[in-house]
Design a protein around this ligand. Structure first.
Ligand code: UD1
Length: 418
């Protein structure tokens, strides 16, 4: 589906210093939250990626005036005049479902295309719908999602699972709903807290209780603000893993150390030296790597599902057998077949994969199966002594501004295909 290719010649240990782009998973709900009030919001350090471009296009369809240049986005949402997200972009990106909550808040109605499954799994939206129903929304599901919330009001929202997107949708709807909302079993991911921080700046009363619930006093008009995005922990983790995979020595600036504790402690366990000093991390991976007996993905603060494939690419050459279990998305092992083309020894059984470390990987012609799986193949290709080609790199561009620019800055030999 997605075109584009990367040519990578591996065998060079990465070295040097790198900064990190703004967070994709935080900016998507924050952009959507710009439609909750009038005036011009300015978002700085906005990652220049495909998912952001698609989100901005949906906002233009809704009547927003949007200007984007060099990572700064200005959004004037004064003229939002429709509750229908038309256009191919809404059907293309999963996160368009966040417009549901925001439109119900602002317009009291919403109409969206039904989201399908995607490369990493079915990704149903039952939790989103259940949460919004608990705030008074009524749904009509046919070829599209139609929702009406003429008497939207605050209330108790109990999520059956801590879904990131459903928590964000409940927040986006309840900020303009009069009364108190408490979201129980809310997702704990830092991107949710960044959304809350943005909304607080806009004048919303929103915070987390000690139990981790989200509490909102809704119904206040929001003001326009200027906000600077924090760095993307998944991109930071990906580049850290690329450094480790190539046995490199790299410093990453703006590294969210506390938010990536699950990754750094896993790296220490396999023999990597990592030192977090304030908001920088120094990694030195010149010693041989050991396998990890068991690693499972889980909601924050557990090991992030988005770094599971990149971690697997590193473990392909660690000494011994590693067992990785994926508990969040059912279809995150499509990377395995590609890694096997490079000589990786991986056996999957259901949601678990056993990776038997091999001394070397060989170059191959590869196809990115999804966004993070594509990044994992880049990490794998950097470990070979030879040239690999990765196709379908449009997936990678959905989340990484320019993975080629960034890794070449650390000495990698790679270039975009013609
Ligand atoms: C977000 C992130 C994604 C990350 C994921 C988990 C964005 C744009 N994407 O995705 O990068 O991998 O969190 O950290 O922020 N589920 C249901 N019903 C629902 C909602 C979810 O069954 O209504 C299931 C999903 O299929 C999945 C699990 O719950 O198996 C987690 O999904 P969720 O936390 O909602 O992830 P996303 O918000 O889609």
């Amino acid at each position: 589906m997605d075109l584009g290719s990367l040519e990578i010649t591996g065998g060079v240990p990465l070295h040097g210093e790198i900064g990190i782009q703004g967070s994709k998973n935080a900016v998507l709900p924050i952009l959507v939250a710009c439609i909750l009030g009038e005036g011009i919001c300015v978002i700085e350090n906005c990652p220049q990626i495909r998912d952001v471009a698609d989100t901005l296009e949906i906002m233009r369809h809704l009547g927003c005036l949007v200007q984007a240049a060099n990572g700064t986005v200005r959004i004037d949402a004064s003229c939002v005049d429709t509750f229908e997200t038309g256009g191919k972009e809404a059907a293309r990106i999963r996160s368009s479902v966040l417009f549901l909550g925001a439109l119900l808040g602002r317009m009291k109605k919403a109409m969206l295309p039904l989201p399908g499954g995607c490369a990493i799994g079915e990704r149903p939206i039952d939790q989103h719908i259940a949460a919004l129903r608990q705030l008074g929304a009524r749904f009509y599901l046919e070829e599209k999602i139609m929702a009406d919330a003429s008497d939207l009001k605050g209330g108790r929202v109990r999520l059956a699972m801590p879904s990131v997107g459903a928590t964000e949708n409940a927040i986006l709807a309840s900020v303009l709903a009069p009364g108190e909302t408490i979201i129980e079993h809310a997702a704990q991911e830092p991107e949710i807290d960044e959304l809350c921080e943005f909304l607080r700046l806009r004048g919303a009363q929103i915070g987390r209780t000690v139990e981790g619930n989200i509490c909102i006093q809704g119904g206040r008009a929001l003001r326009a603000v200027r906000y600077r995005m924090k760095s993307d922990r998944i991109v930071a983790g990906t580049y850290l893993l690329a450094a480790v995979a190539t046995r490199g020595q790299v410093t990453i600036k703006d590294f969210p150390c506390r938010e990536l504790d699950a990754l750094t402690s896993t790296l220490r366990a396999i023999g990597v030296s990592v030192a977090c000093i304030e908001d920088r991390i120094e990694v030195n991976a010149d010693r041989p790597l050991r396998a990890i007996s068991y690693l499972e993905t889980s909601p924050y603060p557990g090991f992030p599902t988005d770094l599971q494939s990149p971690m697997m690419a590193v473990l392909c050459r660690a000494r011994g057998e590693s067992c990785i279990c994926e508990t969040i998305f059912e279809n995150r092992f499509r990377t395995v077949a590609e890694l096997q083309k490079m000589g990786a020894k991986i056996h999957t059984e259901g949601r678990c994969a056993v990776v038997k470390g091999v001394p070397t990987l060989v170059p191959a012609r590869l196809t990115a199966p999804d966004l993070r799986g594509g990044a994992a193949l880049v990490i794998a290709a950097l470990q070979t002594n030879g040239t690999s080609v990765i196709q379908n790199t449009g997936y990678i561009e959905r989340g990484y501004e320019d993975i080629c620019r960034d890794l070449c800055g650390l000495g990698a030999k790679m270039r975009w295909g013609m």
